[in-house]
Design a protein around this ligand. Structure first.
Ligand code: H79
Length: 775
């Protein structure tokens, strides 16, 4: 760097990151229960589909008689059959038995299962599990049990085989030996089964499979063959770790990546559902925080949700390199019928980024309003928690003063916010440049600020006001095109005894004893029913803003995410759903992170200290408008959003000091908002100020104190012009090239704002990537 007095150096690295989190869940289209393959007299289970040379779709599935039970008999009686359909989703019609019993002497003489159909050149490859055992096959007159020697015999002889044919109708050639056998004295000494091949175009095969050491102890293995004809050699003598307790993976290559659908036998994420993972090389797998891909709740074309009993054995149909349909074995809720079901898939490039509105927004407004707005920080004539500085958060008054529910609930009698004017508040927000509003529908006190039928502890039932402020707010937001987000206190609810959280954060005075209490019960009886109301009765909800996850487990966080998205698929959630589940990262209250983040993020913040209206937040506690604007810019330069709070009082009026600040922000945004909305950060830390960019422009935020010249290391040929944004319009700013290395900008001496002003650099090429780093 040259002389610091003269030059401010701006190092530019331009980032393009158009990738966004794509969960497999979002690809599932509505389906029909009859899609797939049903057989009235048989249990239908595993299934794998391929498009044949005849233009038809061919499913290879396993089945066994319904005269026998679903359990056990798959192992002794299953056979692989072939069914055909003109359409990929079916319904498939039975055609022929592909791999019938062929005699005890063969390794696969009695049973075939787990078909996986692939094609290489002109050969159809059917990978499968087969077994044999001594004695006759069981039937309805000769039943067996889980401990029968026949069953155990069948079990320990399970091996992996390959049948080949030139037509999906056969004839099929089976080999006399399995392509993969057990390895004595190893983790896979008992049996190998469930083949899942990835066949490369040149004939190489990467074969995932299940190995079992002894009953109930299984793991995944991977073998490789230079050609499908074999030999199949293990890639390692250890089980393979997918990062997810996987069983029955199906692996395909699409859009430059390997993808897998699989089951999680550890049930870490949910129970008996299908999970998703991605990989660059097919060996090292990335698992999303919420990898649940196909749940037991299936969306049907008629708009309803079908609840199923199990989701297993996933497979996909690939056409021209694109996964077009997912297939899986399923049972109805009563477990009386099983079939192989089909769900059509959206193409990867048809997925929309649900967080786009959020990434573009920049500024949001938080509204903290509830029963706590009545005492406003004073209880029994004393400041909350006796001394203001111990905890200045007025919305925590119930906890800090251990106010019994009965006494706290009496606040509702004096809560009649007749001056609450949703239209006015939303208009104020809009004029300040706010793009979304997050409203406290239920804070830690458990009081619902909307019409809730789940608990009478709400504004309609308990107050003289009797009106639904959320309804008014939702209508006003809709009118003004502001996104509506709903705050919901998750892990803390001081009115509900089952909301068990950490000791210092729960209601220990009304409910000293937690014995017999259940957080899961609270989730099922209060949280989910209230979320359902919120997501059903107020139109489009842009985000559920969870707070304080407390003791929420990973499974519970995942189930909350799935619950929200099943009702409103486009609704996003923040990471305070707990356990890193969420579409956007919620930073700590009032904390701006050091640098940008790969995921969209938000900083929720107060103008003073309390979130709820507090008479203790006297003027000296308030940040100035300039400070707020600078925080907005800092957050934006790091790619985040600023969620700035206001706390209406007991009458529903926003405090004057908050209004003043919103008004100052309005004036600033009226001139500078293009440097805030739809912009992205520029990666490197820069000297003394902040930057944002969009496709056509770079924005530099400058202060009155900034030096006379600015040096930017960007190619002068790529800069069309530079202007200063002012209330009177754009003012041209001169610049010249600096010894071919960059540009020197004449820093304007008079700036329009006492906070930050904006220099706008117009790029010549309308693309983000053309500016290159020259130093
Ligand atoms: O809604 C706003 C706050 O009320 C809420 N999050 C924002 C968005 C929030 N809840 N908790 N906290 C913020 C911070 C934690 C407060 C604590 Fe305590 C103070 C933890 C320990 C001391 C309150 C008092 C809880 C236990 C004792």
């Amino acid at each position: 760097m040259k002389s610091k007095q003269i030059f401010t150096t701006l190092l530019l690295v331009l980032v393009t990151n158009n990738l966004f989190a794509q969960t497999f869940r979002d690809r599932l289209l509505p389906t029909e229960e009859r899609f797939g393959f049903h057989q009235d007299d048989y249990w239908t289970w595993c299934g794998s589909v391929i498009k044949g040379d005849d233009g038809k779709y061919h499913m290879f599935a396993s089945r066994w008689s319904k005269k026998l039970s679903f359990e056990i008999y798959w192992l002794t009686n299953s056979e692989i059959v072939h069914a055909v359909s003109d359409k990929p989703e079916g319904p498939f019609t039975f055609s022929d038995v592909v791999l019938p019993p062929r005699g005890e002497q063969f390794w696969d003489g009695k049973m075939t299962h787990n078909p996986a159909i692939r094609k290489c050149g002109d050969t159809y490859l059917l990978y499968y599990t087969g077994t044999t055992y001594k004695g006759d096959m069981p039937d309805e007159n000769h039943l067996i049990t889980a401990d029968s020697p026949k069953k155990l015999d069948a079990h320990q002889h399970e091996r992996i085989g390959l049948a080949t044919a030139k037509s999906p109708y056969g004839p099929w050639t089976r080999s006399d030996k399995p392509i993969l056998d057990v390895v004595p004295n190893s983790w896979e000494q008992y049996l190998v089964a469930n083949p899942s091949p990835y066949v490369f175009e040149d004939g190489r095969v990467m074969l995932y499979y299940k190995g079992v050491e002894k009953l109930k102890k299984h793991a995944i293995g991977v073998a490789f063959a230079d050609n499908w004809t074999g030999p199949y050699k293990r890639m390692s003598d250890k089980p393979f770790e997918m990062g997810i307790g996987g069983e029955d993976p199906t692996i395909w290559f699409e859009n430059g990546k390997f993808h897998a659908l699989l089951l999680d036998h550890d049930r870490k994420f949910s129970d008996k559902e299908i999970y998703y993972a991605q990989s660059k090389d097919g060996l090292k797998w990335d698992v999303e925080n919420n990898p649940v891909a196909i749940t037991k709740n299936i969306r049907l074309t008629e708009g309803s949700i079908a609840k199923h009993g199990a989701m297993e054995r996933p497979s996909v149909l690939i056409e021209n390199g694109i996964a077009t349909h997912a297939f899986f074995a399923t049972k109805n809720k009563e477990n009386k019928h099983s079939w192989n079901m089909c769900v059509p898939l959206k193409k990867i490039n048809e997925l929309n980024d649900k967080t786009k509105w959020f990434k573009d927004a920049g500024l949001g407004m938080f509204i903290h309003w509830g029963l706590y707005s009545v005492p406003a920080g004073i209880w029994n004539n004393k400041p909350i928690g006796d001394e203001r500085y111990i905890n200045p958060l007025a919305e925590h008054i119930m906890l800090l003063n251990k106010i019994p529910i009965k006494e706290y609930a009496a606040l509702a009698n004096g809560f009649n916010p007749t001056d609450f004017d949703a239209d006015k508040i939303v208009k104020m927000a809009k004029s300040a440049g706010v793009k979304y509003i997050s409203f406290t529908t239920k804070h830690h006190d458990g009081f619902a600020m909307y019409d809730s039928k789940v608990s009478p502890f709400n504004i309609i039932n308990a107050t003289p006001y009797k009106k639904d402020p959320l309804k008014a707010l939702a209508d006003a937001c809709k009118k003004e095109d502001i996104k509506l987000c709903l705050y919901y206190s998750l892990g803390r609810d001081w009115e509900n005894k089952n909301a068990v959280s950490r000791e210092a954060r729960r209601n220990t005075w009304d409910f000293p004893d937690t014995a017999g209490l259940s957080y899961e019960k609270y989730l099922n009886e209060k949280v989910k029913p209230q979320l359902k109301e919120l997501l059903t009765n107020y139109g489009d909800i842009a985000m559920i803003w969870f707070d304080t996850p407390e003791l929420t487990t990973l499974k519970q966080s995942i189930s909350l995410e799935l619950f929200v998205k099943q009702i409103q698929p486009n609704c996003i959630i923040n990471t305070r759903a707990g356990n890193n589940i969420g579409d956007i990262i919620e930073m700590e209250d009032n904390k701006i992170p050091e640098k940008e983040n790969a995921k969209p993020w938000e900083c929720p913040a107060t103008m003073a200290e309390s979130w709820g209206y507090s008479v203790l937040d006297t003027k000296e506690y308030w940040k100035s408008s300039n400070e707020l604007i600078e925080k907005l810019v800092e957050i934006r330069s790091k790619g985040g959003n600023y969620l700035l709070n206001v706390g209406p009082d007991a009458k529903g009026i926003i405090p004057e000091l908050a209004k003043e600040r919103m008004n100052d922000i309005s004036k600033w945004m009226a001139v500078n908002s293009e440097a805030i909305y739809k912009t992205k950060p520029i990666a490197n830390k820069i000297y003394n100020t902040y930057l944002t960019q969009n496709k056509t422009h770079i924005f530099i935020f400058i202060k009155k104190t900034t030096e006379k010249y600015l040096l930017m290391y960007i190619d002068p040929k790529s800069v069309k012009k530079i202007t200063l944004l002012t209330p009177k319009g754009e003012q041209t700013v001169s610049f010249k090239s600096s010894a071919g290395k960059g540009i020197v900008i004449n820093n304007p001496s008079i700036l329009p704002f006492s906070s930050l002003s904006v220099l706008k650099i117009e790029k010549i090429k309308q693309t983000e990537n053309k500016l290159s780093i020259t130093d």
